[in-house]
Design a protein around this ligand. Sequence first.
Ligand code: GMT
Length: 375
Amino acid sequence: MKIGIVCYPTFGGSGVVATELGLELSKRGHQIHFITYKQPVRLELLSSNLHFHEVHVPEYPLFHYQPYELALSSKLVDMVKFHGMELLHVHYAIPHAYAAYMAQQMLKDEGILIPIVTTLHGTDITLVGSHPFYKPAVAFSINKSDAVTSVSESLKKDTLRLFNITQDIQVIPNFIDIQKHQHSFTDCQRSMMASDDEVILTHISNFREVKNIPDVVEIFYRVQKEIPAKLMMVGEGPERIVAEEMVDKLGITEKVVFFGNSNEIDRILCFSDLFLLPSQTESFGLAALEAMASGVPVISSNAGGLPEVNVNSYSGYLSDVGDIDSMAKNALHILKDAETLSKFKENAKLQSLKFDLQAIVPEYEAFYENTLKQY
Ligand code: GMT
């Protein structure tokens, strides 16, 4: 198939999933065209069936907001015509589903028919999409998509609850390339980060309010009071400064490393013992799955789709949002005893196998084929 993929090219989960999907589809012989404003961060090498088309938005002083949707729609029209794409798969409804629908209508006028698959990722529904300023346009573009998927059962339920949806929504969970995460712990550069008696806790996110960053610091603070520990904070976002100030106030700066955005997530996970994800809402929690695939158990909240990924008292523990007492207690339970820690590490790895890309990507292929058949 010749497939156009529209996504955010940044470190966020939706862009990562879209990129990994495109990479695997190209390995399976499909022609994949990424159309976005920058080359996606995990798309390092292009090949004969992996292409990238940049959307340019010329600056014009009249515009207070530059019209990205218009530029994207126009680019989609040109690329579909030029490369003979058969299907457009847009990740994150805002504004991608909207722009794709406009492109579809323009192409129809020229006698070119192309179906649109929209994948809902989370904040496009729960936080941003359901805001009254966007809601009508988001509902419209979901309903006008030819087929819709959501990354978890929980997100599907939220979408049906928050919007008046007339479309079927198929759940296709996020996935991970298990092979990429298979590494031997002997080559981890753990000693650079901590001494032998210290455990390493890690948090990876875009440091937005929804991630409950102060809870991450507070959980760690309680853990390090009981056992020697270090905290790895990976990612960039508005709450990083909040965390830095908190760490400073609590007098634990020596024990916390702020990495910023990193392309070496698996290297960091390789020497991590526990992953913290106490989010207010989380449609899936791809970062938690990546941690589990590297054998790192997860202490998370039980928000949204997290219970579909992290299994309580097996791959980690889940607590109510904001219940720092319970999260710190569970973290210590896992970390205090070497045997318990090693059991949880093993379980985390086993649980992640359910989301192997080799099982999930064929679901997307079948979904595309079905969409094309019905179009
Ligand atoms: O977590 C974020 O804020 C980024 C966001 C995104 O769009 O990249 O992540 C969402 O999509 C990911 C991939 O499907 C999910 O794993 C995340 O759980 C989801 N984030 C939220 O729902 C808050």
